[in-house]
Design a protein around this ligand. Structure first.
Ligand code: BDR
Ligand code: CA
Length: 311
């Protein structure tokens, strides 16, 4: 199986991404590292453990990481995800412990010990933990097989400011470190994730699974869609973060371009913008596979089929 570390700020869509990974034998989750993002760190680390317990996977080590961006105040998204970050289903408080080690230490140690090219990083939130690891231990960069992350936007521009997507906007300095690290990078921007919409039929299919995970996912996406429906007239909740896990399982569902992507860290109106050179006009070297489209039906067939395997 492909070894991954999930770095996350759950978040209903993060939760679904984690469940998809835990339901898939092709993936071995070495650990889950929590970061501040959708809600503060105390909640994201707790939510990560709630999700592991929902999947019946109390064996997954969960680590707590950075509680704020590298050099800015934290921006959160309770207006999207609710007060807990995981509003919707009534899930019990976790009993499994949080690991003692800091998330960044876990990332660094795991990569130091790993053979080069054997561990993939899957960031689903602001990139603070990953950037801190790369800054503290630059020698880990060549060890990383690939980074597959959710963040950014091109034609879809922004969801937290007119120009920027949430994960990148929260910590643009961290994103600049990651995009500049010379590590193979695959990016799931809003252009893709706004096509992975939980329509009423897809929601009903989750619920009809009848298992604990399927029902919880239906309830999470019910809650999570309220924001996008009201704001953008979306057909349903956009499953941003699960696109990362789905890409690991079925990359053929996605298409995109290998382009240069720079992170705006200074713009007065554009901080956190992902400046993707889609048309190759800059002459700058490509540094990321920036996805543009997804086979949404294929994505939901995969997701629903995998969720069926969970308790
Ligand atoms: C991203 O921001 C968060 O609200 C979601 O969990 C996702 O990672 C989408 O912009
Ligand atoms: Ca997220």
């Amino acid at each position: 199986p492909r070894k991954i570390i999930i770095d996350t700020d759950p978040g209903q869509d993060d939760a679904v991404a984690i469940l998809l990974a835990l339901a898939s034998p092709e993936i071995e989750v070495l650990g889950i590292t929590a970061v501040a993002g959708n809600v503060p760190l105390a909640l994201t680390q707790k939510n990560a453990r709630i999700v592991c317990e929902l999947a019946g996977r109390t064996d997954i080590p969960v680590f707590s990481g950075c509680d704020r961006p590298l050099s800015r105040a934290l921006v959160t998204a309770e207006h999207v995800h609710g007060k807990t970050g995981l509003d919707g289903p009534a899930l019990p408080d976790p009993e499994m412990p949080l690991q003692d080690a800091h998330a960044v230490a876990f990332i660094v140690e795991t990569l130091r010990r790993a053979e080069a090219g054997t561990v993939t990083l899957c960031p689903l939130g602001p990139l603070t933990n990953i950037a801190t690891a790369l800054q503290q231990a630059p020698e880990i960069a060549p060890k990383i097989a690939e980074i597959v992350l959710m963040g950014g936007a091109y034609f879809e521009v922004g969801n937290i400011t007119p120009a920027a997507e949430f994960n990148i906007h929260v910590d643009p300095e961290a994103a600049a470190v990651v995009f500049g690290a010379g590590v193979p990078l695959t990016v799931m921007p809003l252009d893709v994730t706004h096509k992975a919409l939980v329509t009423p039929e897809r929601n009903a299919a989750f619920r009809a699974l009848g298992n604990r995970a399927g029902i919880a996912v239906a309830e999470m996406t019910d809650f999570f869609e309220r924001f996008d429906k009201a704001k953008y007239g979306s057909l349903g909740a956009p499953l941003h973060d699960p696109c990362v896990t789905a890409y690991l399982l079925a990359p053929e569902l996605f298409t995109g371009r290998h382009v240069n992507v720079e992170i705006e860290t200074e713009g007065r109106f554009t901080a956190g913008m992902t400046v993707a050179d889609w048309w190759g006009v800059s002459g700058r070297a490509p540094n990321a596979s920036f996805m543009g489209d997804v086979d949404a039906d294929g994505f939901f067939t995969l997701l629903t089929g995998r969720l069926a395997r969970l308790p």
